[in-house]
Design a protein around this ligand. Sequence first.
Ligand code: TXA
Ligand code: MG
Length: 353
Amino acid sequence: METLVFKTDPKRPSQRTIDAAAEAILNGRLVVFPTETVYGIGADAFNEKACRNIYKVKGRASDNPLIVHVYSVEDTMKLGSFSREHAKALSRIWPGPLTVIVKGKGILPETVTAGLDSVAIRCPKGRVIRSIIKKAGVPIAAPSANISTKPSSTKGEHAIGYFRGKVAMIIDGGEADYGIESTILDLRSFRILRPGAFTPEQIERAFGRKPVLGRLAEGTASAKRVISPGTKYRHYAPSTPLFVYTGDRRAVYSLVRPFGRSAAFIGSEESCNMFKGTGVRCISLGPSKSLRIRVHRLFDKLIELDSVGVKFGVVEQFDGKGLGYAAMNRLRKASSHKSFSTSEELKKLIDNI
Ligand code: TXA
Ligand code: MG
């Protein structure tokens, strides 16, 4: 399939690009676009066949439902049931990087909801996706734009790498603002199913209530059924074996240095600097003082890990506050829960590659 690639300024997308995308969506085609979180691969949420195609192109299991993207809080009310207080809080938060799960009104195709009686809805802030929804006049079902199990696209080039030749159109709007997916909050239980760009602290402020966190949100447990995102399936994983270092920041140097060129280290600029001249491939996420930048670059650097030709990668853990909470969830999954803090533990992980 020929894929049209449009480059655009994500803050001021060109009308020609938006018109072409809306037309493709209304014609039942798939379009890849930037949002403020990560890139999405979208279709008309009411077009069953087009939505089925999303699963096919992504290699996604059919019991893993899609997020429906809407233009306004009012549009949300048509798709699901909300209490008055929740609607009020959402009108303060949206547009923004929070997805909510509510009881559905049964008007979306089963392909979108995977047959559940609930629906995931988000009103995104990114100008490109907002303009497409507005122009097309339909809600857009869109999972993250990545091949299943791979890290999400946070740049146009990632999306092009995954989907050129497989979708009608890709809009390259450079880097997504957050670089991590939206937070998924089940409004029925007030539980975070997937931490993301909207932090637990922000949820508490907006709703006046602490969200329920737990092992699913941490990424330390997985679900048998798809009650929550990414909890059943392998996720965000580079092909190169990846291990999370959970010990004292400075001590990682002596553990990883002996592996020289066969290892890569992903971490803050300051931690990376320790490895200068050791042969260990350093992939810097940015200054340790800027959590937002380090989280923003995480998926990009996980994708980069596969291009540097090492036997394994070590990634420094994040402090679990704010955006760091979501980043740790992704790292636990990306590493298939493989972590170490001593050289014996690292040796065992390497022996099992
Ligand atoms: O930032 C984001 O959320 C991006 C952009 C494109 O909006 N989208 C995204 O979609 O990350 P996706 O499909 O990669 O992750 C959404 C997750 C899926 O893992 C799915 O299991 C979950 O949402 N989900 C969808 N509907 C659900 C439901 N009714 N109940 C529980 N989980 C649901
Ligand atoms: Mg995804």
